[in-house]
Ligand binder design. Structure first.
Ligand code: JHZ
Ligand code: SAH
Length: 408
């Protein structure tokens, strides 16, 4: 059998974690689709050269991102606020030219970030292959091209609209397998003084919190400053700043530019040192992570079974992509979790990928609350706790698995 190779360095990968057979993370489906449901082996490997932690196999981009894509960014009001602040950070930075700046965003989804540029008449372009969400962005006045970004799309944009001052991306860079092609495209698109600012779930947080549910089909990479530096370094670009974010359970915003265009902030040096200290550059860290993941699974299954054996009702809160990993890896089905409540219309009335738990509208949770709710959208805990006082007041309890399995 051919050894799997790192998508960035081309060197052999060492397999460190096998999460078993998994369906598409966002593949919510109807009953008559159960028979032909797709699955693949979801395992992660580590490359000692690029330091990239990555999926060994991934479904194709077209299987995951299409006209029925189930994730709509604007389902969280806290995320709306986050992207307002991200946009303000970009506008207030030294990087945008005063004269007619051009801002491009990869994976703009329903326009959650770019609407803050379009509302001020700033020249912008979103690139979003999932047509349903791209259409929502367009109706909000966010100019959006429905394409998968790659080198040839970058060249076309440069020909038609010129080079960009800022290339933005949130929770999308870690989704694209041909990252070397994407980085080449970005380099082509940027002005000599242009910058890339992107954020994604941070590997350091995933390791520290055992948040293994950040691993699913769409997340082909989990980045660290080490791997990002390596990947952009191959194309003549460098990290100039890093800014930790609270979103999605701990993310990192990376700022990169052509080598030598700007002074490198001390934050970069400090983060690289910290990553060495916590071992993000070493194989044994991932072996330890695997043991923590296995422990988390047995703790969660034991807890759910104990609660169920006492005749209590358990539901899920938030039919997240992350929950697909947990449910399938832990083999948790409708016998343990009655339903999952979610505010996204396209998910409601369907079943969760693989384990086929019914997804119900939020109304179901409010009208018929369970005794316990598994907080699958744990990354939005602050927002959810603020609006679920009635559930808690009536004695409802939460179950989370991050940073450890617990009830509160
Ligand atoms: P949430 C998706 O991951 C997929 P998911 C993707 N790969 C990614 O990286 C991130 O997003 C950005 C619902 N909800 O944000 C809405 C409520 O029901 O954790 C969503 O379906 N009530 C692109 O799916 C889900 O929960 C609420 O009050 O893991 C949250 O999904 C709130 C706040 C949300 O992302
Ligand atoms: N930026 C938003 C959306 C994240 S969802 C947020 O943070 O909430 C990830 C998005 O990336 C999806 O809408 C998906 O369609 C898009 N995407 C996936 N591959 C892409 C590619 N090659 N080019 C551009 N967008 C892509």
């Amino acid at each position: 059998m051919n050894k799997s190779l790192c998508r960035i360095s081309g060197e052999p990968l060492t397999e460190v974690l096998d999460l078993g057979s998994q369906p598409l993370g966002n593949g919510f489906l109807a009953k008559d689709e159960f028979q032909k449901e797709y699955s693949y082996r979801m395992a992660m490997g580590f490359c000692d050269t690029s330091k990239m932690f990555q999926l060994i196999e991934q479904p194709t981009p077209e299987q995951m991102f299409h006209e029925n894509y189930a994730f709509y960014s604007s389902t969280s009001s806290y995320m709306e606020q986050h992207f307002l602040e991200f946009a303000d950070y970009v506008k207030g930075s030294q990087y945008l030219s005063r004269n007619d700046p051009f801002v491009v965003e990869l994976g703009c989804n329903d326009g959650i970030m770019l609407k803050n540029f379009s509302s001020e008449g700033i020249r912008h372009l979103g690139i979003e292959p999932s047509r349903n969400v791209a259409e929502v962005a367009n109706t909000k006045g966010v100019r959006t091209l429905s394409e998968f970004f790659c080198e040839s799309v970058a060249e076309k944009i440069v020909r038609e609209e010129g080079r960009a001052d800022a290339f933005l991306a949130a929770n999308v860079m870690c989704h694209i397998p041909d990252m070397n092609g994407v980085v080449k495209g970005i380099r082509t698109m940027l002005k000599p003084t242009g910058v890339v600012m992107f954020e994604d779930p941070y590997l350091g947080d995933v390791i520290e919190k055992t948040s293994y549910d950040q691993i699913y089909d769409e997340h082909v990479f989990l980045f660290s400053a080490h791997s990002v530096q390596y990947m952009f370094g191959l194309q003549g670009m460098e990290l100039i700043d890093v800014l930790p974010q609270k979103t999605h359970g701990g993310s990192m915003r990376y700022v990169l530019a052509h080598i030598g265009a700007y002074t490198v902030n001390d934050s970069v040096v400090r983060l690289l040192q910290k990553e060495k200290a916590i071992g993000l550059d070493r194989l044994e860290t991932f072996e330890n992570f695997r043991r923590n993941v296995e422990q988390s699974r047995s703790d969660l299954v034991k807890l759910l079974r104990e609660i169920k054996s006492k005749g209590k009702r358990i539901a899920g809160y938030g039919a997240t992509s992350k929950s697909t990993t947990i449910l399938n890896y832990c083999n948790i089905g409708p016998d343990l979790i009655e339903y999952i409540s979610d505010t996204t219309p396209i998910k409601q009335g369907k079943f969760t990928p693989g384990m086929h738990i019914p997804v119900k509208p939020y109304d179901a949770f409010q009208k018929n609350p369970p005794d316990y709710a598994v907080l699958f959208a744990w990354n939005h805990a602050e927002e959810i706790m603020a609006k679920e006082k009635a559930f808690m007041g009536a004695g409802g309890q939460w179950i989370v698995h991050v940073p450890k399995v617990q009830v509160f």
